[in-house]
Design a protein around this ligand. Structure first.
Ligand code: C2E
Ligand code: MG
Ligand code: MG
Length: 861
């Protein structure tokens, strides 16, 4: 088709000129016409004028419409010559109408290919509209993008084209901004079609996925061989194609946000971690997405750091948290979640607070409030419970981030300290527990009592001090295992007796404490004491032996009997001693009289302590007499104490005190040395070698080398061992001195005579008698007193004599006061005795006089 020159066709609007010509011709004909002809002509002229009028109106309408269209509209001939152009076209192309009309269309569309009309006519002949994006050119040569919609019509039987051009400059600007954005952002953006073909991909997508390409999908489509890729979720689980976020987006037709996926490219052996958001794109009127924009960032580094960080967290048992107060969100790292053992629904601070112990909940709330108020930080150790019921201990640290003026976010760490706390707890329990019986120990009960007595409302508290009677006998006779068994059984019995009404603790060897509240029931302590006593009524089965063991209980009630733990326990102890002294196997409530007695005791004990240095002791000597001949064959040294304030004190009393305080050890050493000094002096004074019996307390066997001391004293005064006799009570046998037997053996080796004093009064542990290297027994005056009238006393004396005889031991009778007793004793085979019948304890000079035969007559009975 030739587009080079204007085509000779009438311009649009030229039809009206033809009508005007016809009208002028009719006017000329009218002038020469006959009247009848003139009538016809006039009719024709009127019709013509009317037709002309209508045409003018139609042309005006067309022109108004044509020019009202805001987009450039051109009318083209079939060959592409511009027949008309509207006002918008004249403005857009910036050329006068005359410079356009009659020109080939290439004037306006310089970039059209030479055969561009062919596809146009093909479309128009099908009855379609032809649309094309082209570039138009203005009169000054500048260009602008247009989208041209072309349609065909007939004009005077000739096919014509009406072309409407829409200026795309605005859209192009938007598209170039979009392109710039796509090219510059660091997020990868890929447009997928439904077959998951890549339609476009921005440079970041190329860079992230390592594809060289031109921004279209070709490079990608080669890369996206499904066989080459392994796609996994955040935790490394393989995703099926249906689970790929892009496919899910197509399926669901909605945005799939911030999904973390891992892409492993098998041939390259490369792992990529992406955070991807997929947005569906819907075609007009479609209810299914036909495209998906997949936008993603490379989080491989982040993920690596995260993984390393998570590993470090889990190794250190430290998790992280952040509380966004504004959003009311609590963010916990995986490790933090593991530590508090909560699933994903712990989303705000109250959820965390909920699983804490109530005190700790309050503590954390307070710490958070303080932290917010002062923009500061906190560190707390908190205990809580996991969903599975296990309790946890955490150390929680938190602070407001620097620059956060509103304290809108508090963040910190949470550390699992459960193991440490459990270890501490175990240690604490161990430190509080008596290992043998499993009940509280002394320290724990003292602490507990202190707390109770210190807290208001709990000040009315009672202490029961329990001491087992005869425990030491069991321990000694049956061995430590039996002793342990006894303690365990005793614990069980007491615990059963008190139930939940008291707190039981082991206070010492065979001593227990029970603490109870006496608020609601004033006689609660007595009731418990009664129940405990009853619990000891049946004997204990120890191995094959049955052993009756009882308990002596002292009771003290706060605040009446003391407002401090030590004082209360001390008073309960005093009451217990009183009980033991009076009856054993029972209970005694502390009283002020007991306290008075205690006070006296303290007085005595403190004076006794200083008595040795004050030279307040003396020894008197009671002769030991041959019951047959009346000859003095020895003597017993008996201690006397005179104190200026207390006066003359009874030995049995002050000796007990001295034993209690331990002063007896020094006092006993003094007595031993003094007696030996006296014997030596008598010997030097020519009275011959006399044997002196010295009393030795059980305490001198515990913790002091008695044999060594005896050796030293004998050596000091140059005396043979045979000049000394040691009297000890059966208590020596039942106290737990490890070296008792060895001490006895060494003393015997020295020639020292060993005698059990007051035999029959104590425990009479007969099996000891066989094992001990002793020489004799002293028949207690308790029994001598009753003979010869009291038959049972006679029987006891007979039995003691029989035992002594069978073991080859000598017997000395104590407290011989009457001639009848002397006779009776002689009848029983006892040949030595001491007593007021012969003489009381005598000062040394008196004793000496008596020895020299110048003694005064015995006092009247
Ligand atoms: P003991 O060793 O059994 O001493 C005998 C006690 O009987 C002495 O009492 C003595 O005065 C008293 N006595 C002697 N003959 C008669 C009598 O015919 N009738 C009565 N009713 N009593 C008589 P004493 O001196 O009061 O001593 C009491 C206890 O004190 C002693 O009993 C002994 O166990 C202890 N004792 C005395 N001196 C010492 C000492 O130096 N060391 C130790 N450890 N204990 C001592
Ligand atoms: Mg004695
Ligand atoms: Mg005696």
């Amino acid at each position: 088709m030739n587009n080079s020159g204007p085509r000779d066709v009438p311009a649009f609007g030229e039809d009206s000129a033809a009508t005007d010509d016809a009208l002028a011709a009719l006017h000329a004909a009218l002038a020469a016409a006959t009247p009848p002809q003139a009538g016809v002509l006039r009719q024709a002229m009127d019709a013509l004028a009317e037709a002309r009028q209508r045409m003018t109106e139609a042309q005006d309408r067309y022109a108004a419409l044509f020019n009202a269209v805001p987009d450039p509209v051109s009318i083209l001939s079939a060959e592409g010559v511009v027949l008309d152009v509207n006002r918008a076209g004249i403005l857009a192309y910036d050329r006068p109408r005359d410079a356009i009309v009659g020109q080939p269309i290439e004037l306006l569309n310089p970039d059209l290919p030479s055969d561009h009309l062919q596809p146009v006519w093909e479309a128009l002949n099908r009855g379609d509209t032809y649309v094309i994006e082209v570039t138009n050119m203005r009169g000054d040569g500048s260009r602008f993008p247009v989208e041209v919609h072309s349609a065909g019509f007939q004009d005077h039987g000739e096919p014509c084209i009406v072309a409407v051009a829409r200026d795309l400059s605005g859209r192009w600007r938007a598209e170039s901004r979009y392109r710039l954005l796509m090219e510059s952002i660091d997020k990868g953006v890929i447009l997928f079609d439904r077959d998951l073909r890549v339609l476009s991909a921005n440079p970041a997508a190329h860079r992230i996925l390592g594809v060289n390409g031109n921004g279209h999908g070709s490079g990608f489509n080669a890369l996206l061989d499904p066989e080459a890729w392994l796609i996994v979720d955040e935790n490394g689980n393989t995703l099926t194609p249906a689970q790929w976020p892009t496919n899910r987006c197509f399926q669901a037709g909605r945005v799939i946000r911030s999904t973390i996926i891992g892409l492993y490219h098998r041939p390259r052996g490369r792992m990529l971690w992406l955070s991807t958001t997929n947005v569906p794109v819907f075609g007009t009127g479609c209810d299914q997405a036909d495209h998906v924009y997949s936008m993603f960032s490379d989080i491989t580094e982040l993920k690596r750091n995260n993984t390393l960080f998570a590993r470090a967290q889990s190794l250190a048992h430290i998790g992280g948290w952040e509380w966004d107060r504004g959003l009311q969100r609590l963010y916990l790292t995986d490790e933090a979640r593991r530590i508090v053992g909560q699933p994903l629904d712990m989303n705000d601070m109250p959820d965390l607070l909920d699983c804490l112990r109530s005190d700790d909940r309050v503590a954390l709330q307070q710490a958070l409030a303080d932290t917010i108020e002062h923009r500061s930080s906190f560190g707390l150790e908190l205990q809580g419970q996991r969903r599975d019921g296990h309790s946890f201990w955490i150390r929680m640290i938190g602070e407001v981030s620097t620059g956060d003026v509103d304290a809108a976010r508090i963040a910190g760490t949470v550390q699992d300290i459960t193991e440490r706390k459990q270890a501490e707890e175990t240690l604490r329990v161990q430190a509080r527990t008596d290992p043998l019986t499993g009940i509280m120990n002394r320290d724990a009960v003292l602490n507990d009592l202190g707390v109770r007595m210190g807290s208001p409302g709990h000040d009315r508290v009672a202490v029961l001090y329990i001491d087992l009677d005869r425990f030491k006998v069991v321990n000694d006779l049956l061995g430590h295992n039996a002793g342990d068994e006894l303690l365990i059984e005793a614990t069980r019995r007491i615990a059963t007796a008190i139930g939940t009404e008291g707190l039981l603790a082991r206070f010492g060897g065979d001593e227990f404490l029970v603490i109870c509240d006496v608020h609601d029931q004033p006689d609660q302590a007595e009731q418990l004491a009664e129940r405990i006593t009853a619990a000891f009524s049946s004997p204990f089965q120890l191995g094959s032996d049955e052993f009756p063991v009882t308990a002596s209980i002292g009771i003290a009630v706060a605040p009446r009997d003391g407002d401090r733990p030590q004082q209360l326990i001390q008073n309960a102890d005093t009451a217990m001693y009183e009980c033991k002294r009076r009856t054993r196997n029972g209970w005694q409530v502390f009283s002020p009289e007991l306290a008075q007695r205690q006070n006296d005791r303290l007085q005595i004990e403190s004076r006794l302590h200083k008595a040795l240095d004050g030279d307040e002791f003396r020894l008197v000597y009671q002769p030991q007499i041959s019951l047959r001949s009346g000859a003095t064959i020895g003597c017993e040294a008996l201690m006397r104490w005179h104190n200026t304030q207390l006066g003359q004190m009874r030995p049995d009393l002050f000796i007990r005190h001295a034993e209690h305080t331990g002063d007896i050890v020094r006092i006993g050493q003094w007595a031993l040395r003094e007696a030996c000094r006296q014997v030596r002096q008598w010997q030097d004074d020519g009275l011959g070698t006399l044997r002196v019996a010295v009393n030795v307390s059980w305490r001198q066997f515990v913790g002091e080398d008695l044999a060594r001391w005896v050796r030293q004293v004998l050596d000091e005064f140059g005396l043979p061992g045979t000049a000394l006799e040691l009297e000890f009570t059966e208590r020596v046998l039942i106290e737990d001195a490890p070296d008792t037997l060895r001490t006895f053996a060494r003393l015997r080796e020295m020639g020292v005579m060993l005698t059990i004093d007051d035999f029959g009064e104590g425990y009479s542990a007969l099996n000891y008698l066989r094992r001990l290297p002793i020489h004799g027994l002293k028949l207690s005056q308790l029994f001598v007193e009753g003979i010869p009238r009291n038959r049972s006393d006679v029987a006891v004396c007979e039995a003691v004599c029989a035992i002594a005889r069978s073991l080859g031991l000598g017997v000395v009778a104590e407290g011989v006061e009457t001639e009848a007793q002397r006779q009776c004793l002689l009848g029983l085979g006892v040949t030595v005795g001491q007593g007021f019948l012969f003489a009381p304890g005598l000062p040394p000079d008196e004793f000496e006089r008596r020895l020299r035969g110048r003694q005064p007559p015995p006092p009247p009975l």
